[in-house]
Write a protein that binds this ligand. Structure first.
Ligand SMILES: *Cc1c(COP(=O)(O)O)cnc(C)c1O
Length: 467
């Protein structure tokens, strides 16, 4: 079959796909009846599908292709590394130049004394590492019972048994026996959906205070760590109220627990600084990275810890943990080249000074649309909450996600990928997007919203829940 399948007509590819390929996060019956969209190539911010259509990728794949598609330098770096040393492991006191160089480079970029890097192939693996690492950290200090990790409802930390348990996604927990024991969830700082009559700042403080209550409830001697994304990504780009993170940081400072910042989406420029922890003035003890580390060109992630955490781990003999592909040389070489481009082309600075402020002003205009309640952005992350009634911040009477999915389909039809999370629409475009490409994006979003509103009227769906 090999590469020749590339020349088959779309329907033949779709049929093969549906027959043999089990997809992540996809309903198999819909796949069989409708067929998957086949993406063939990509350049800059545009994808090309098997019908030759050009589609603006406002999601950077899955929040990862930050430097855009088609950068030859990364392909060259991978080919060079494959020829020199395609694989060697980093177990049993061995190392190689790509892994050690990338670890040192990452330490230069990360804030504070986050200087020690444990490699994985992605964010899920890195968060699984974190679960074992923070528990081992306390066990080494004669506190093995200090093993509870507090997370948040509607958080996303990955899809493996451990990381999926850390996450707070109900539909995921409903399948396959999650969460594992000793993971506890508090509420998320989503003011639009859950803030009721409170001001955003009061609400942010109240949601942060739940961390203190949880620590008191379980006992500080039982709690190992709190984990959170600076901005929840897959949960719907939930930009927290300004009061939230200062309060969380204060609670972590008051207690002997570790703070894990999951920067898998926020890291490497997404929020207009190198890390979301800088944007929100967070001082994590442990940081998870993946996605933007290689701009998605190779699967690589990592868990980064501070000097003091590393001291404890290194004092304890062997950490009985590792992945065959921890520090894979090809992935590390690709990540190094990605970081070089990000830095030398001043991509994060350009986001901060030009494109993020521009997106913010244009995105805000969407709040005028009859279907849009809240329109929020930070850096190059944006979300809009769709609502049948702005004034009451009502949700739709149709099952949550029905309207979001209609909107997503209209986006596809408008040659743009925008994702829906229930009835929120989110974007996370490549960091190299230009102002004129943002204009095109805005045109397509508006067009899709107009069409969605049309559909809702036609199908009688413009109705508030309980109204
Ligand atoms: C995507 C994501 C992960 C999981 O990363 P994978 O590479 O898919 O395993 C973890 N945390 C956050 C915040 C993510 O967005």
């Amino acid at each position: 079959m090999s590469i020749h399948t590339n020349h088959l007509p779309t329907d033949a590819l779709q049929e093969l796909d549906a027959r043999h390929h089990l997809h992540p996060f996809t309903a198999g019956n819909e796949l069989a009846s409708k067929g998957a969209r086949v993406i063939k190539s990509a350049q800059g911010v545009y994808l090309t599908d098997s019908e030759g259509e050009e589609i603006l990728d406002a999601m950077s794949g899955l929040w990862c292709v930050n430097i855009g598609y088609g950068r030859e330098e990364l392909a060259d770096a991978a080919a060079r590394q494959m020829r020199e040393l395609p694989y060697y492991n980093t177990f049993f006191q061995t190392t190689h130049v790509p892994a050690l160089t990338l670890a040192a480079r990452i330490a230069e970029f990360t804030p504070n004394d986050l200087n020690h890097v444990f490699f994985a192939s992605g964010g899920s693996e890195a968060n699984d590492t974190n679960i074992r690492l923070v528990r081992h950290y306390w066990a080494l200090q004669n506190k093995p019972q200090k093993n509870i990790i507090i997370s948040r409802r509607n958080a996303y930390h990955g899809s493996s048994l451990g990381s999926g348990s850390l996450g707070g996604m109900k539909p995921m927990h409903a399948q396959g026996g999650m969460p594992i024991p000793d993971i506890v969830h508090i509420d998320q700082p989503d003011w639009w959906s859950e803030g009721g009559d409170m001001s955003p700042d009061d609400f942010g403080r109240e949601r942060a205070a739940q961390l203190r209550l949880a620590i008191e409830q379980y006992g500080e001697d039982r709690v190992a760590a709190f984990i959170a994304e600076p901005v929840q990504g897959a949960g719907g780009v939930i930009v927290p109220p300004a009061s939230y993170w200062p309060e969380i940081q204060a609670i972590c400072d008051e207690h002997e627990i570790l703070l894990i910042a999951d920067e898998v989406i926020c890291g490497f420029g997404r929020t207009a600084n190198w890390f979301g922890s800088e944007t929100y003035d967070i001082r994590p003890d442990v940081m998870t990275i993946a996605k933007g580390l290689s701009s998605g060109y190779a699967p690589v992630g990592a868990s980064i810890v501070t000097d003091s955490v590393a001291d404890v781990i290194n004092s304890g003999g062997e950490f009985n943990h590792g992945y065959t592909y921890s520090g894979h040389p090809v992935a590390c070489a690709v990540a190094l080249e990605n970081l070089r481009i990000l830095q030398e082309e001043k991509i994060v600075e350009r986001v901060r000074e030009q494109t993020a402020p521009y997106l913010a002003s244009r995105w805000q205009e969407l709040a005028e649309h009859p279907l849009v309640g809240e329109a929020k952005s930070i850096g190059l992350l944006g979300s809009i909450a769709l609502t049948p009634d702005k004034s009451s911040r009502a949700s739709f009477s149709a099952e949550a996600g029905t309207v979001g999915k209609i909107c997503r389909e209209h986006c596809f039809a408008s040659q743009m990928v925008m994702r829906h999370v229930y009835d929120r629409m989110v974007i996370s475009p490549p960091l190299i997007i230009t102002q004129s490409e943002i204009d095109i994006l805005m045109e397509r979003v508006t067009n899709a919203l107009d069409k969605t509103l049309d559909t809702l009227h036609k199908e009688g769906l413009m109705k508030a829940a309980g109204g």
